[in-house]
Design a protein. Sequence first.
Length: 242
Amino acid sequence: MRVFRDYIIAFLILGISAFVLVNYVIMPLYVRWNSEVRVPSLTYTTLPVAEKMLSERGLRYTIKDTIFRLETPRLSIIDQFPDAGDLVRENRRIQLTISLPPGKLEMPDLISRTLRHAKILLDERGIPLDSVKYDSSDFYHEGVVISQSIAAADSIDYSTSVVLTVSKGKRNAQKSVPDVVNLGESEAQKILEKAGFTVGMVTTMRDTTLLPRTVISQSWNPGTRFPVERKIQVDLIVSVDS
C-alpha cells in the first residue's frame, strides 16, 4: 500500500513538473518563435511617430538611406522595407529611408545663364529662389542672369534663398518707328509689334484709290527713336471704300 502511495506521489510530482515546463517554458518559447506581426504603413509619417508605431508592435528600425527633398518635411519617411502589410517576426528591423537635409549646400555660378537654366540648377540642389529682379545691362543679353545675391561657391544652409537679377537689355538701347504707310492694317500691326510698339487708336477715312484697311497715315513719323523700355502706341488711319 505504501509503495502504491509512493507511485501516486511520484506521478503527481512529474505531472506538475510537466505542466509547469510546458506552460511556462516550452509554450512561450514556441509562441514567440512562431509569432508574426504585420508591418504598419510608415510612409509620410515622421521618424518619431514611426518609432512609436514599430515599438507598439515589437518591431525596431534602421536607417537605410537619407534623401533631401525640399518639399518634404525633415525626418519624414520616404520609403520602407518590408512594405506595409507584410508579415514579419517580432523584433524585426524595418529599413527606413528618411528625408534629411544636408549640412551645407554650395551655391552654383548662375551668371550668364538664362533664367530658366538658373532655376533648374537651383531646383536640382534644393536651393529656394526668393525673387527675380530686372535691370538693364550693356554687357549681358536680355534674359540672362547678371547677378546673384549669394556668390558662387559659397556654403549656405538648405533653407537659404537667393535673389537673381536678370538683364533686360542694354541701357541705351533704342527702337525706331517703322514705316507702315500703304501696308494692310494687319501687316502694319505685326511690323509695329515686332519693332516694340503697339497699335493705338485706329480711325478710318474714305479712299477709293486704296484697298480697304490700307494704312493712310501713322501718328509717329518713320525713324522716330525711343528708349527700348518705353511703351509707345502708334495711331493709324486706314482706308475704307464707303
